[in-house]
Design a protein. Structure first.
Length: 606
């Protein structure tokens, strides 16, 4: 009878319509109103009489339809209404997709450290490709706005969303520690990086950028402490859950009276917690490496490298010479004290190209007599060998998500290696097996008596070993805890802390736990321990897992900071720099659904 449709035939009072007429009355509801499928008019009052009157007044000719004709006509009318409704849905979906694409591109711009204006270039490239590949989609791609101001807003939104997710994750942390380091950017602003390493109840470890604090005035320990307090309080993190803080060892950072580490540990004690302060294990290793100066070797090497690299003509001729003779390397490399691995790389490259370097220097009237001195070459061989070992140690200490026990084990292992080197070089017949360059040079000069030199190398290695032992006193202070954490089945329970002794005995006597310890990674082993049976051991493990071993993340992020805020982008604001670094360093993915839901309207073209 009527041609309005609904999936169920009920009136406004919930009663079913009775089949009083020759044809059923189908209708649909949009926003609580009954809509006619034929004329698209709305019947305001959802009553049987109103629907019947509307149909008989305007659409009585449809009474002639019956059976399959009526059902087919009904399907056609339903399809027309659905298409009309989809018109608005498609428009909204198109706007949403354009906004999502804008967010995705802005996130990539931040992750790849590109200028904000790069979005316009990207859009130009995309539009050129669309014109050639799918011109019918041109308008949809044109709706994606990548203007500079839009990219800036998108990056700000993504950074805020990542901070929101991290704040929610931080509420789950049982313990966490801080890593802090300070450096100056291209505009002479002191930037304090604060990283957080947290552990939740399931032993999941998270390392995230807590904040970037810009210091416009002094950078004393108290100033740094105020910035750290601001970052911790802004993230709503409890101070009594801080287990430690690690810094680069500068006086403002590690001062015994008013250094940042001391002030943070005092604050944690006031809040009922206990925190330890550590000096970055990588920084200490670098300081130990500088103990072996060997200036009589390094100065001539650096002088020769600088002479070749600093003069354009000489540098071009040297490179062409190496190319012509098909040398192992194509150039020498600079040495920079700030770059941890540059000393070993420069020495190794110099030694490999020593003959070619001697020839080019002699041709330029700058002969290097040291290259023909066996004693100097032997010293060079020793320095190349020991710096290679130090570089290998430095590389093993780098990386994210490193457990403090693993880092300290590398230091302990290197100390044992030094004792082995000293023993080999102090023998009556010195053994230079672990110094291949030294062994090669000694073999090429068999007539020279080098026993005295070898004993000097053994003394230098012994001095280096003492330097390592003195430098890592802060890690040695917690060595018992590190050993208990990394080797719980090999420690004496009587030497463990009182609150861990009984559970430790239970753990060591459990054959199944011992088998898991041998088969699983350390973190996975502690993750699978029974929460009720080994509660204290799990708590102890979470504290140890939460400790930073180095400021590697800070050093890595400073490189990103200098790449973004360079001499061409000195006007980059501190807040935008913080947003870029947060997006670059995070493991969180932006929640685009949440970002779109928080926006009341979509303006893809603005």
């Amino acid at each position: 009878m009527a041609t309005v449709t609904k999936k169920r035939k009920v009136d406004s009072e919930g009663r079913r319509f009775k089949d009083k007429w020759k044809m059923e009355y189908f209708f649909t509801e949009i926003r609580n109103n009954c809509v006619c499928l034929i004329c698209q008019e709305t019947v305001a009052v959802f009553k049987e009489f109103n629907i019947k009157r509307h149909y008989q007044t305007k659409h009585a000719n449809y009474d002639k339809l019956a059976g399959n004709q009526r059902r087919e006509k009904l399907k056609q009318l339903e399809a027309v209404l659905t298409a009309q409704q989809r018109f608005f849905t498609r428009a909204r979906e198109s706007n949403e997709n354009a906004t999502k694409a804008s967010y995705e591109v802005a996130t990539l711009i931040a992750k790849h450290c590109k200028p904000f204006t790069e979005g316009e270039f990207i859009k130009d490239c995309v539009m050129k490709m669309v014109e050639k590949i799918c011109p019918e989609k041109k308008q949809e791609f044109a709706n994606v706005c990548l203007a500079r101001n839009t990219v800036v807003r998108r990056i700000e939104d993504v950074s805020s969303d990542i901070k929101r997710q991290f704040e929610a994750k931080g509420a789950e942390f049982d313990f966490f520690s801080l890593a802090c380091d300070e450096s100056t950017d291209a505009s002479d602003t002191a930037q304090l990086l604060i990283f957080l390493r947290g552990v939740d109840n399931e032993m999941n470890v998270s390392e995230e950028l807590l904040d970037l604090q810009s210091l416009k005035d002094q950078t004393r320990g108290t100033d740094l402490f105020v910035s750290v307090c601001s970052a911790v309080d802004d993230m709503k993190l409890p101070w009594n859950k801080i287990t430690g803080i690690i810094t680069d060892g500068a006086p403002a950072m590690a001062g015994a009276q008013s250094g940042l580490s001391t002030l943070v540990c005092n604050k944690v004690s006031e809040e009922g917690g206990e925190a330890i302060k550590l000096h970055c294990i990588i920084h200490q290793q670098v300081l130990c490496a500088k103990h072996l100066k060997y200036d009589h070797v390094m100065k001539p090497v650096i002088k020769a490298i600088n002479y070749i690299r600093s003069k354009a003509l000489c540098h071009r001729q040297f490179q062409q010479f190496l190319l012509d003779i098909q040398a192992e390397y194509g150039d020498v490399v600079y040495h920079n004290d700030v770059r941890w691995l540059s000393r070993g790389s420069a020495l190794q490259r110099f030694y490999s190209l020593r003959e070619e370097i001697g020839q080019i220097l002699a041709k330029k009237g700058q002969p290097m007599p040291e290259l023909s001195d066996p004693v100097w070459l032997v010293d060079l061989g020793f320095l190349v060998g020991i710096t290679r070992h130090l570089n290998a140690l430095n590389t093993s200490l780098q990386g994210q998500n490193a457990v403090v026990s693993e880092l300290y084990s590398h230091i302990k292992a290197f100390g044992t290696k030094l004792q082995l080197f000293r023993s080999h070089l102090s023998q009556a017949q010195p053994n230079a097996t672990h110094f291949p360059v030294l062994h090669e040079i000694v073999t090429s000069f068999p007539k020279n008596n080098i026993s005295a030199q070898m004993r000097r190398y053994a003394a230098d290695i012994s001095s280096l070993a003492e330097e390592f032992q003195q430098r890592f006193g802060d890690f040695a202070a917690i060595e018992k805890d590190i050993t208990l954490f990394s080797s719980p089945f090999s420690v004496d329970p009587d030497g463990a802390p009182d609150h861990l002794q009984l559970e430790l005995i239970e753990l060591q006597c459990d054959a199944q736990c011992r088998s898991r310890y041998q088969q699983l990674p350390l973190v996975s082993f502690y993750r699978q321990l029974d929460k009720g049976r080994f509660q204290e051991i799990r708590t102890f493990a979470k504290k140890m897992l939460s400790l930073f071993g180095s400021t590697y993340l800070c050093e890595k992020t400073f490189s990103v900071m200098n790449f973004n805020k360079n001499r061409m982008r000195t006007r980059l604001s501190d807040s935008h720099l913080r947003d870029i670094l947060r997006i670059k360093t995070t493991v969180f993915e932006p929640d685009l659904a949440y970002l779109l839901q928080s926006r009341s309207q979509y303006h893809p073209s603005h």
